[in-house]
Write a protein that binds this ligand. Structure first.
Ligand SMILES: NC(=O)c1ccc[n+]([C@@H]2O[C@H](COP(=O)([O-])OP(=O)(O)OC[C@H]3O[C@@H](n4cnc5c(N)ncnc54)[C@H](OP(=O)(O)O)[C@@H]3O)[C@@H](O)[C@H]2O)c1
Length: 275
């Protein structure tokens, strides 16, 4: 990865931080895109200490804010002429309904809409830097996801944590497939991954005792970063696009994720929301 430039969203903690560390270790110049730059800087210092790389950078990004996403893109382009890997890692699992700065239901807004807009904003640079890669953190829970087209943002139905999260992770795979189609022939690939069930801050909303018990059975964040790192860097995956990976292997995604009409319906709807 020497000479390559990579962005990891949510690179300040959990799977994102270990993904960033792995990319830096492999020789890449890494930018941590974080909503809390103080936490981002702490992660940057830790990655610098463990890898010896002094060029890890932090740029503020709130995926719940279109203004912040655009400002991130501008700052990134002002400092970098290329982008080789975009790891769309940041995500939330919310126990109660909330909204982003732009007024979109937060799970859908951050996990899908913000991720969609950031990727769109960075696409010209990814194309210019081809061959380049986009990695989208989905989840095995996307198999349980159902797109409620009449109420994607839980405005009419009761908010359900797993329903909201699974729907957003299904949206991540629908997005991956629709984007791969649009990127055919450009040299930019896009793939979705499930990182495993990993001990991170993701369930920070939940009672501490419950998460402590649950955590006993989970992968470490370092193990959770393996699949993202493989999809972002493995030479044998050059040209592989539109796939869903688990344990670093391609697996068929949920039937609903393969539905081209659903992929396009979500694309059009997201385009309108992100405008
Ligand atoms: N852990 C698992 O078992 C598991 C399983 C399947 C999929 N995943 C997926 O893996 C990805 C990483 O999750 P994780 O487990 O490492 O969770 P985590 O430790 O909670 O990390 C999530 C990251 O996303 C960032 N983030 C949240 N909202 C954001 C926003 N509005 N703008 C920018 N960044 C934001 C967080 O920043 P702050 O620290 O500032 O909040 C944090 O850096 C997520 O997409 C998650 O859905 C995780």
């Amino acid at each position: 990865m020497n000479g390559k430039v990579c962005i990891v969203t949510g690179g300040n903690t959990g799977i994102g931080k270990e993904t960033a560390r792995g990319l830096a270790q492999a020789g890449a110049k890494v930018v941590l895109a974080c909503r809390d730059t103080g936490r981002g800087e702490a992660a940057r210092d830790d990655i610098a200490r463990s890898t010896g790389r002094k060029d890890v950078e932090v740029i503020a990004l709130d995926l719940g804010s279109k203004a912040s996403i655009r400002a991130f893109g501008e700052r990134f382009r002002a400092a970098h002429e290329r982008l080789d890997v975009l790891v769309n890692n940041a995500g939330v699992w919310r126990s109660a309904r909330g909204t982003t700065e732009d007024g979109i239901e937060a799970t859908f807004g951050v996990n899908h809409v913000g991720t969609w807009l950031l990727t769109q904003d960075l696409l010209p640079l990814l194309k210019k830097s081809a061959p380049s890669r986009v990695v989208v953190l989905s989840s095995k829970l996307h198999y349980r996801g159902r797109m409620d087209w009449e109420d994607l943002q839980f405005e009419r139905r009761k908010y359900g944590t797993t329903a909201a999260y699974s729907q957003s992770k299904l949206a991540n795979v629908l997005f991956t497939k629709a984007l791969a189609r649009r990127l055919e022939g450009t040299g930019v690939t896009v793939n979705a991954v499930h990182p495993g069930v990993v001990r991170t801050d993701l369930m920070r909303d939940y009672p501490k005792l419950l998460t402590k018990l649950f955590n006993l059975f989970l992968l470490t964040a370092e193990q959770g970063a393996e699949c993202s790192l493989h999809v972002a860097t493995a030479p044998e995956l050059a040209g592989v696009t539109g796939e869903y990976f688990e344990k670093s292997r391609i697996k068929p995604a949920a039937a609903e994720a393969l539905d081209e009409a659903a992929q396009e319906r979500l694309w059009a709807l997201t385009e309108a929301l992100a405008a």
